[in-house]
Design a protein around this ligand. Structure first.
Ligand code: ADP
Ligand code: MG
Length: 694
């Protein structure tokens, strides 16, 4: 067992002399090819990378608990003397040691000890142990605590918080701490190109030391150090995007005259007028289509703001100008829905729309691919299947990506490579302020739909205990009799699709029994795609009035007549997800209703989340509250899902840092070597994905 409190100065100083931060991890003693491969899977390949692998939490092991004060469930450190030992019979030998400290007693049990370790555990020796206390036979017990001999002259109990690292199978926490101890010995040689540009900020090495050594008295105090890293990470991202933009700048195409006759034709048959906000962004986009530099534009608009119509306008201009269009969505359901909406609008204009998804039968696939290669097919909707090998466009001129936060930069790039300098429009509902969006998407121009279509009524949101389920179902009967359609969502709970499915099936049966006169369908992630599509289609046509679903319907689904949404276990969902889900209703002109069902007792935070949902419908407000509610300790080293996966930075929390980026980036661009240090450190291999597109 490695010593926890002691510093092992000999090994660390040896490392400091013989190893460089840029060396492969195997340069460190104790990291062989097997561990190196495991670390590689976490994206760590050089010694320096260890320094940027941050703890996800800390444990406080500084204080000892007297054995008389132990309680079941406590995680704590103790220091006591071995008074008895016992080898427990069984197929594999177990060891049980009785410890005393003058106040009480504790048993410590091990399922395996190496002969060397076994040697150390003798009667009369004193040990420091850290572990969870449980009730054992006749006394408190710790099973496999972390331990070390308290008799060694260099023994010291931990002075600082003990870090815990995000890990992978085969690398345990003590190894992480040992690796980091060695890497930290190399801190003096860490390059810090930002230091001269950031007067008043602590040097990078100091921040890393504080974070890894848990020097502060509580996790909250680590935050200022973390921000220094967040700044550098955000800067790396910003630099990469600026570089992509610069590399793209000279890639020009022949400018073509803008041609709007198809769009004008559609406008004459459209049942509604585009809103002024839609008209404005359409004008911005269309102007791009006529330029010699390919469009790189982000369209942002809250859920339900009408991004699809903007996409249609873009497509019709592009097609009229002789381009082929690819439209990519993150799920098959969405791709299918887009295709249907487009067909409805484009077929009368004699514009052919096809679709390509993973589940397409091979014969149909061949037909689609054929028509695409000849140029017969003007518009192709689909999932990731669009950028697979074997998909060849005759003249792909425009790529549109819906719900782009679900895709990575490299996927976007792969699709663009199917054409020669195609235009790019990416669409997102992620609500971020303009200045933030411009820094984050430094490679894109920005258009924002800032108003919802008219006639929308606010969604009435009610929070209900699950006890009132039966009563609720009775109320739904009245709404169903008026012809309303209802989503009943059973969200993914604790990452278990199976549990979500069971919950959805149970609710499905209950609703079927209680409301037998109304057509109902069940849709979930384990169904075949064509089954899902069939149910979705029936719901869209109105043949199904109640759609029971797991969260497969979360993004983008658009059925305007569906005006009631019930969300089970709403207390378990985050605000962003609740907002996305609720955005499925309130799309028509009918007064919509969202019922958030919860199972008590509610935690303080869950109650607050549900209240926020009840009180606000504004994506910006909800995102902001979401930020305010996340507690300390939740933000260290946590990966974010979505369009950017930052290791340290948190877009909302670190928003104020974004303002610093443009100037820092300009300064670093004048020092290419320094810039490359930052890019390589934070992006490494991911840098390719940010490259120029052409
Ligand atoms: P999102 O921005 O979330 O993708 P959609 O494009 O799905 O939103 O649009 C939401 C709903 O609003 C759709 O039913 C669409 O037909 C409708 N809609 C879009 N634009 C207008 C408009 N200008 N007037 C009235 N309804 C509109
Ligand atoms: Mg949409």
């Amino acid at each position: 067992m490695p010593a926890i409190g002691s510093k092992r100065p000999s090994k660390a100083s040896k490392v400091a002399k013989e190893v460089a931060l840029q060396d492969p991890l195997t340069a460190l003693p104790g990291i062989g090819p097997t561990s190196a491969a495991r670390l590689q899977a976490l994206g760590l390949s050089r010694v320096e990378d260890l320094l940027f692998h941050l703890p996800s939490r800390y444990q406080d092991r500084r204080f000892l608990t007297a054995l008389a004060s132990l309680q079941a469930g406590m995680e704590t450190a103790v220091l006591a003397e071995v008074v008895a030992m016992e080898r427990l019979p069984g197929r594999r030998p177990q060891w049980r040691f009785s410890l005393r400290d003058g106040t009480g007693s504790l048993a410590v049990r091990f399922f395996h000890l190496t002969p060397y370790q076994r040697q150390q555990w003798r009667i009369g020796r004193r040990f420091w142990c850290f572990g969870e206390v449980r009730a054992g036979q006749g006394s408190w017990e710790m099973i496999h605590p972390e331990w070390e001999s308290a008799d060694r002259p260099d023994f010291r109990p931990p002075e600082h918080l003990t870090p815990f690292y995000p890990s992978t199978a085969g690398i345990h926490q003590q190894q992480w701490r040992r690796f980091l101890q060695m890497a930290l010995a190399l801190l003096p040689s860490l390059e810090d190109p930002l230091a001269p540009l950031l007067p008043g900020w602590l040097p990078l090495s100091e921040c890393l030391r504080q974070i890894h050594q848990g020097t502060e008295s509580s996790p909250e105090h680590v935050l200022p150090y973390r921000r220094r890293l967040a700044l550098e990470e955000l800067l790396a991202h910003h630099l990469a995007l600026r570089r992509a933009r610069q590399q793209n700048a000279p890639l020009l195409q022949r400018p073509r005259p803008v041609c709007d006759h198809l769009w004008q034709k559609l406008l004459r048959t459209l049942p509604f007028q585009p809103t002024p906000a839609q008209e404005r962004v359409i004008a911005e986009i269309v102007a791009d289509l006529g330029k010699e530099q390919p469009m790189r534009r982000l369209l942002q608009g809250d859920v339900g703001s009408g991004k699809t119509l903007v996409a249609v306008a873009t497509i019709l201009h592009a097609v009229a100008m002789g381009m082929q269009v690819a439209l990519m969505a993150p799920t098959e359901i969405l791709a299918k829905q887009l295709q249907e909406q487009l067909e409805k609008w484009l077929r009368p204009l004699s514009v052919a729309v096809g679709s390509l998804t993973g589940s397409l039968a091979s014969r149909e696939r061949q037909a689609v691919l054929g028509a695409l290669a000849t140029g017969e097919l003007a518009v192709l909707c689909g999932t990731q299947a669009l950028f697979q090998e074997g998909v060849t466009f005759a003249h792909l001129g425009l790529v549109i990506i819906d719900e782009q936060h679900r895709f990575g930069v490299d996927q976007r790039r792969k699709l663009l490579e199917k054409g020669r300098l195609p235009h790019l429009l990416v669409m997102t509902a992620t609500p971020i302020p303009r200045s933030l969006a411009m820094t984050l998407h430094a490679d894109l121009d920005l258009s924002i739909i800032d108003a919802l279509p008219p006639g929308r009524q606010p969604i009435e949101t009610l929070v209900l205990s699950d006890h009132r389920r039966v009563e609720l179902i009775e109320r739904l009967r009245g709404l169903l009799q008026q012809g309303r359609q209802i989503y009943w969502v059973c969200p993914l709970i604790e990452e278990s699709e199976l549990l979500a499915l069971q919950a959805a099936e149970a609710s499905f049966r209950q609703l079927q029994e209680a409301l037998p006169e109304f057509p109902i369908a069940l849709i979930h992630g384990r169904q075949r795609v064509d089954q899902k599509n069939q149910s979705m289609e029936a719901f869209r046509r109105g043949d199904v009035q109640i759609l029971v679903a797991t969260t497969v319907i979360e993004v983008g689904v658009d059925v305007p007549n569906a005006s009631v949404m019930v969300i089970e276990n709403a207390e378990r969902l985050g605000l962003a997800q609740l907002h996305q889900l609720r955005g499925r209703v309130g799309r028509g002109t009918a007064q919509s209703l969202c019922l958030l069902l919860y199972r008590g007792p509610l935690s303080v935070k869950a109650r607050e989340r549900l209240q926020i949902m009840r009180d606000s419908q504004d994506g910006f407000v909800i995102a902001r509250k979401d930020l305010e509610m996340r507690g300390p300790g939740e933000f260290l080293g946590i990966r974010q899902s979505g369009e950017f996966s930052f290791r340290v930075a948190d877009l909302l929390r670190d928003e104020d840092l974004l303002a610093l980026l443009p100037d820092l980036a300009s300064a670093l661009e004048r020092q290419p070597k320094a810039r490359d240090v930052v890019l390589e450190r934070w992006l490494g291999k991911r840098l390719q994905g940010y490259g120029a597109i052409g």
